[in-house]
Design a protein around this ligand. Structure first.
Ligand code: SF4
Length: 284
């Protein structure tokens, strides 16, 4: 495929989120990218069956108290004990604001489980996304219909967004050269992925319907907990899914207002091209 070079947006300074930032103490997200790959490789040495590893992580990540106990409990170390402690050592630098956020969270928001995500859950979510990308990258590429759902918080907020409903959801009109959505949309189109800004689509009913029509692949970009939720929804419908986490969580839901955010576009191109990351061929 002959891809046209796209100039990346200039928003490349570190961003801090309400609970996490993939910059950590660094000026780029390259360190995070390295750490999460290494963590996945280390865990796969302990549990070489990637599907089994993913399944164990997905089950354990719903059990907050059990996860917390792994950090203090030293008896009879298990695979989960190893994963939680190794993940904490390698990833805690990216989740330094979680405890403070949880301490000040109003009980009135108890209905929003995403807001109550614990630090250990964040770490397992990071690992889950890495494993999912390794598992599904190739089957995503081979899907007849590839769709992407992008978060509207990646828009350029300095002007009036001209996106409009077209087809399954809102579509970017490319009105701002500074806009991440615009750049991401161009990259996705080059890879035959149809980009939508996720505003109104009811994925629960839409995805199985589309999957019946032709083989479907889905790419998601969102903050860590939302991305994992979307990934699990796709997996529930047996849809090949890949995902890129936002560099931080900075939208209205977390910060009370929208703040400029970013995403690792090099990682996006890499995952779309199926390059560099270890790709595991599976049959579904
Ligand atoms: S470039 Fe696209 S997403 Fe960004 S503000 Fe313009 S229409 Fe909206």
């Amino acid at each position: 495929m002959n891809l046209m070079k796209i100039n990346l947006p200039t928003l490349d300074e570190p961003v801090q989120g309400k609970t996490y930032s993939l910059y950590g103490n660094s000026k780029t997200t390259a360190d995070y990218d390295h750490q999460i790959r290494e963590l996945a490789d280390i865990c796969l040495q302990k549990c070489p069956d990637i599907q089994e590893l993913l399944s164990q992580i997905q089950k354990a990540s719903t059990l907050k108290r059990l996860l917390r106990k792994q950090l203090t409990h030293q008896d009879a170390p298990s695979l989960l004990h190893f994963i939680v402690n190794t993940a904490h050592t390698m990833l805690a630098q990216y989740t330094v604001n979680v405890q403070n956020h949880l301490q000040h969270l109003s009980i009135l928001k108890f209905w929003d489980r995403i807001l109550f995500t614990s630090e250990e859950q964040y770490h397992l979510y990071m690992l889950e996304i890495e494993l999912v990308n390794r598992i599904f990258a190739q089957s995503f590429q081979h899907a007849n219909q590839k769709l992407a759902f992008l978060p509207h918080c990646l828009r350029d907020f300095s002007g009036h967004c001209r996106s409009a409903k077209d087809g399954l959801d809102y579509v970017c009109r490319g009105c701002s050269p500074k806009c991440f959505i615009s750049h991401i949309s161009k990259i996705l189109k080059q890879h035959d992925v149809v980009p939508y800004i996720w505003m109104t689509a009811r994925l629960q009913s839409l995805l199985p319907k589309l999957q019946k029509e032709s083989s479907l692949g889905v790419l998601g970009i969102a903050c860590l907990p939302e991305l994992v939720r979307g990934i699990r929804l796709c997996m529930h419908f047996k849809i090949p899914v890949i995902g890129i986490p936002l560099n931080a969580n900075r939208c209205l839901r977390w910060m009370g207002a929208f703040y400029p955010n970013s995403v690792n576009l090099e990682q996006l191109e890499e995952v779309l091209g199926g390059k560099a990351r270890k790709i595991v061929q599976i049959t579904t």
